[in-house]
Ligand binder design. Sequence first.
Ligand code: GTP
Ligand code: ZN
Length: 190
Amino acid sequence: MIDRKRAEAAVRELLLAVGENPDREGLRETPQRVARMYEEIFAGLHRDPADDVKIFVEDENDDMILIKDIPFYSVCEHHLLPFFGVAHVCYIPKGGRVLGLSKVARIVDGFAKRPQLQERLTSQIANFIMEQADPLGVAVVVEAEHLCMTMRGIRKPGARTQTSALRGAFKTNAKTRAEALALITKGALR
Ligand SMILES: Nc1nc2c(ncn2[C@@H]2O[C@H](COP(=O)(O)OP(=O)(O)OP(=O)(O)O)[C@@H](O)[C@H]2O)c(=O)[nH]1
Ligand SMILES: [Zn+2]
Protein backbone atom coordinates (compact mmCIF):
# COMPACT_ATOMS: atom_id res chain seq x y z
CA MET A 1 0.00 0.00 0.00
CA ILE A 2 0.99 3.62 -0.40
CA ASP A 3 2.35 5.09 2.83
CA ARG A 4 -0.06 8.01 3.07
CA LYS A 5 1.62 9.75 6.02
CA ARG A 6 4.98 9.62 4.29
CA ALA A 7 3.50 10.96 1.05
CA GLU A 8 1.85 13.81 2.98
CA ALA A 9 5.15 14.73 4.66
CA ALA A 10 6.93 14.62 1.29
CA VAL A 11 4.39 16.91 -0.37
CA ARG A 12 4.64 19.36 2.51
CA GLU A 13 8.42 19.28 2.14
CA LEU A 14 8.16 19.80 -1.62
CA LEU A 15 5.93 22.86 -1.11
CA LEU A 16 8.53 24.27 1.28
CA ALA A 17 11.31 23.44 -1.19
CA VAL A 18 9.67 25.40 -4.02
CA GLY A 19 9.22 28.40 -1.74
CA GLU A 20 5.55 27.99 -0.89
CA ASN A 21 3.93 28.25 2.51
CA PRO A 22 2.18 24.92 3.17
CA ASP A 23 0.31 26.50 6.09
CA ARG A 24 -1.51 29.10 4.05
CA GLU A 25 -5.26 28.60 3.72
CA GLY A 26 -5.34 27.16 0.20
CA LEU A 27 -2.51 24.69 0.79
CA ARG A 28 -3.37 23.43 4.25
CA GLU A 29 -5.13 20.29 3.04
CA THR A 30 -3.01 19.84 -0.08
CA PRO A 31 -0.56 17.24 1.30
CA GLN A 32 -3.45 14.97 2.39
CA ARG A 33 -5.24 15.54 -0.91
CA VAL A 34 -2.16 14.74 -2.99
CA ALA A 35 -1.42 11.63 -0.92
CA ARG A 36 -5.00 10.43 -1.55
CA MET A 37 -4.58 11.21 -5.23
CA TYR A 38 -1.42 9.12 -5.44
CA GLU A 39 -3.33 6.18 -4.01
CA GLU A 40 -5.63 6.51 -6.97
CA ILE A 41 -3.22 7.27 -9.81
CA PHE A 42 -0.64 4.70 -8.65
CA ALA A 43 -3.21 2.07 -7.71
CA GLY A 44 -1.69 -0.29 -10.28
CA LEU A 45 1.43 -0.65 -8.12
CA HIS A 46 -0.56 -2.51 -5.52
CA ARG A 47 -2.96 -4.58 -7.55
CA ASP A 48 -2.34 -7.89 -9.23
CA PRO A 49 -3.40 -7.48 -12.87
CA ALA A 50 -4.25 -11.20 -12.88
CA ASP A 51 -7.25 -10.30 -10.68
CA ASP A 52 -8.64 -8.44 -13.69
CA VAL A 53 -8.67 -11.41 -16.01
CA LYS A 54 -11.76 -13.33 -17.02
CA ILE A 55 -11.57 -15.81 -19.85
CA PHE A 56 -14.49 -17.40 -21.68
CA VAL A 57 -14.28 -20.32 -24.03
CA GLU A 58 -16.14 -19.36 -27.16
CA ASP A 59 -16.52 -22.19 -29.67
CA GLU A 60 -13.01 -22.39 -31.06
CA ASN A 61 -13.24 -18.77 -32.16
CA ASP A 62 -9.99 -17.81 -33.86
CA ASP A 63 -10.99 -14.50 -35.45
CA MET A 64 -9.14 -11.30 -34.71
CA ILE A 65 -10.58 -9.19 -31.88
CA LEU A 66 -9.77 -5.48 -31.69
CA ILE A 67 -10.59 -3.23 -28.74
CA LYS A 68 -9.90 0.25 -29.94
CA ASP A 69 -9.42 3.68 -28.38
CA ILE A 70 -9.21 2.58 -24.77
CA PRO A 71 -8.46 5.84 -22.96
CA PHE A 72 -5.76 5.77 -20.31
CA TYR A 73 -3.92 8.16 -18.01
CA SER A 74 -0.44 7.36 -16.78
CA VAL A 75 2.46 9.19 -15.15
CA CYS A 76 5.86 9.50 -16.79
CA GLU A 77 8.48 8.12 -14.47
CA HIS A 78 11.06 10.71 -15.52
CA HIS A 79 9.12 13.83 -14.52
CA LEU A 80 6.09 12.51 -12.64
CA LEU A 81 3.88 14.36 -15.10
CA PRO A 82 0.91 12.76 -16.83
CA PHE A 83 1.00 11.14 -20.21
CA PHE A 84 -2.31 10.07 -21.64
CA GLY A 85 -3.99 8.89 -24.76
CA VAL A 86 -5.48 5.72 -26.14
CA ALA A 87 -4.48 2.08 -26.33
CA HIS A 88 -5.59 -0.34 -29.04
CA VAL A 89 -5.45 -4.02 -28.20
CA CYS A 90 -5.83 -6.64 -30.89
CA TYR A 91 -5.51 -10.38 -30.39
CA ILE A 92 -6.31 -13.69 -32.03
CA PRO A 93 -7.69 -16.19 -29.53
CA LYS A 94 -6.49 -19.78 -29.44
CA GLY A 95 -8.82 -22.66 -28.64
CA GLY A 96 -11.69 -20.18 -28.37
CA ARG A 97 -10.26 -18.52 -25.25
CA VAL A 98 -11.46 -14.92 -25.29
CA LEU A 99 -10.99 -12.23 -22.67
CA GLY A 100 -13.91 -10.31 -21.20
CA LEU A 101 -13.93 -7.01 -23.11
CA SER A 102 -13.95 -4.80 -20.03
CA LYS A 103 -11.09 -6.85 -18.63
CA VAL A 104 -8.84 -5.70 -21.46
CA ALA A 105 -9.51 -2.09 -20.43
CA ARG A 106 -8.85 -3.02 -16.78
CA ILE A 107 -5.51 -4.56 -17.76
CA VAL A 108 -4.55 -1.34 -19.59
CA ASP A 109 -5.56 0.68 -16.51
CA GLY A 110 -3.63 -1.52 -14.11
CA PHE A 111 -0.37 -1.09 -16.02
CA ALA A 112 -1.03 2.63 -16.68
CA LYS A 113 -1.53 3.49 -13.01
CA ARG A 114 2.14 3.39 -12.08
CA PRO A 115 5.17 5.51 -12.78
CA GLN A 116 5.68 4.40 -16.37
CA LEU A 117 7.39 4.64 -19.72
CA GLN A 118 5.16 4.44 -22.75
CA GLU A 119 7.23 1.66 -24.31
CA ARG A 120 7.06 -0.41 -21.12
CA LEU A 121 3.32 0.16 -20.74
CA THR A 122 2.85 -1.12 -24.30
CA SER A 123 4.96 -4.25 -23.89
CA GLN A 124 3.60 -5.06 -20.42
CA ILE A 125 0.05 -5.13 -21.79
CA ALA A 126 1.09 -7.37 -24.69
CA ASN A 127 3.19 -9.75 -22.57
CA PHE A 128 0.52 -10.05 -19.93
CA ILE A 129 -2.22 -10.95 -22.42
CA MET A 130 0.12 -13.53 -24.00
CA GLU A 131 0.77 -15.09 -20.58
CA GLN A 132 -2.79 -15.05 -19.35
CA ALA A 133 -4.85 -15.95 -22.43
CA ASP A 134 -2.21 -17.77 -24.48
CA PRO A 135 -3.61 -16.37 -27.77
CA LEU A 136 -2.13 -16.92 -31.24
CA GLY A 137 -0.93 -13.33 -31.16
CA VAL A 138 -1.33 -9.90 -29.61
CA ALA A 139 -0.76 -6.44 -31.07
CA VAL A 140 -0.87 -3.42 -28.79
CA VAL A 141 -0.60 0.12 -30.11
CA VAL A 142 -0.47 3.07 -27.72
CA GLU A 143 -0.76 6.70 -28.79
CA ALA A 144 -0.08 9.34 -26.19
CA GLU A 145 0.73 12.92 -25.39
CA HIS A 146 3.32 13.55 -22.70
CA LEU A 147 2.90 16.68 -20.59
CA CYS A 148 6.65 16.63 -19.96
CA MET A 149 7.03 17.43 -23.66
CA THR A 150 4.18 19.91 -23.91
CA MET A 151 3.95 22.01 -20.74
CA ARG A 152 7.70 22.14 -20.07
CA GLY A 153 11.06 21.30 -21.64
CA ILE A 154 10.89 21.14 -25.42
CA ARG A 155 7.23 22.40 -25.37
CA LYS A 156 5.76 20.72 -28.37
CA PRO A 157 2.02 20.62 -27.74
CA GLY A 158 0.23 18.20 -30.01
CA ALA A 159 3.27 15.95 -30.48
CA ARG A 160 2.06 12.40 -30.10
CA THR A 161 4.11 9.29 -29.55
CA GLN A 162 3.01 5.98 -30.98
CA THR A 163 4.43 2.71 -29.67
CA SER A 164 3.57 -0.84 -30.58
CA ALA A 165 4.25 -4.31 -29.24
CA LEU A 166 3.68 -7.31 -31.51
CA ARG A 167 3.67 -10.86 -30.24
CA GLY A 168 3.00 -14.28 -31.77
CA ALA A 169 1.30 -14.25 -35.19
CA PHE A 170 1.50 -10.46 -35.41
CA LYS A 171 5.25 -10.68 -35.22
CA THR A 172 5.77 -13.66 -37.49
CA ASN A 173 3.07 -13.15 -40.13
CA ALA A 174 3.30 -9.96 -42.18
CA LYS A 175 -0.24 -10.32 -43.56
CA THR A 176 -1.79 -10.71 -40.10
CA ARG A 177 0.21 -7.75 -38.84
CA ALA A 178 -0.82 -5.57 -41.79
CA GLU A 179 -4.48 -6.47 -41.26
CA ALA A 180 -4.37 -5.48 -37.59
CA LEU A 181 -2.42 -2.28 -38.15
CA ALA A 182 -4.79 -1.27 -40.95
CA LEU A 183 -7.79 -1.75 -38.66
CA ILE A 184 -6.10 0.21 -35.91
CA THR A 185 -4.73 3.11 -37.93
CA LYS A 186 -7.46 3.52 -40.52
CA GLY A 187 -10.15 3.68 -37.90
CA ALA A 188 -12.27 1.05 -39.61
CA LEU A 189 -14.63 0.99 -36.64
CA ARG A 190 -15.14 4.75 -36.49
N1 GTP B 1 11.36 6.73 -24.35
C1 GTP B 1 10.61 7.45 -23.53
N2 GTP B 1 11.05 8.63 -23.11
C2 GTP B 1 10.27 9.35 -22.28
C3 GTP B 1 9.01 8.92 -21.84
N3 GTP B 1 8.49 9.89 -21.03
C4 GTP B 1 9.42 10.89 -20.98
N4 GTP B 1 10.49 10.57 -21.74
C5 GTP B 1 11.74 11.30 -22.04
O1 GTP B 1 12.69 11.08 -21.02
C6 GTP B 1 13.76 11.97 -21.29
C7 GTP B 1 14.43 12.40 -20.00
O2 GTP B 1 15.52 13.16 -20.39
P1 GTP B 1 16.50 13.91 -19.38
O3 GTP B 1 17.54 14.63 -20.22
O4 GTP B 1 16.96 12.96 -18.34
O5 GTP B 1 15.52 14.94 -18.66
P2 GTP B 1 15.22 16.48 -18.99
O6 GTP B 1 16.46 17.30 -18.81
O7 GTP B 1 14.04 16.90 -18.17
O8 GTP B 1 14.87 16.39 -20.54
P3 GTP B 1 13.94 17.32 -21.45
O9 GTP B 1 12.55 16.76 -21.36
O10 GTP B 1 14.51 17.16 -22.85
O11 GTP B 1 14.02 18.72 -20.94
C8 GTP B 1 13.15 13.12 -22.09
O12 GTP B 1 13.66 13.04 -23.40
C9 GTP B 1 11.64 12.79 -22.10
O13 GTP B 1 10.99 13.25 -23.27
C10 GTP B 1 8.57 7.65 -22.29
O14 GTP B 1 7.47 7.18 -21.94
N5 GTP B 1 9.39 6.96 -23.12
ZN1 ZN C 1 8.50 12.97 -18.63
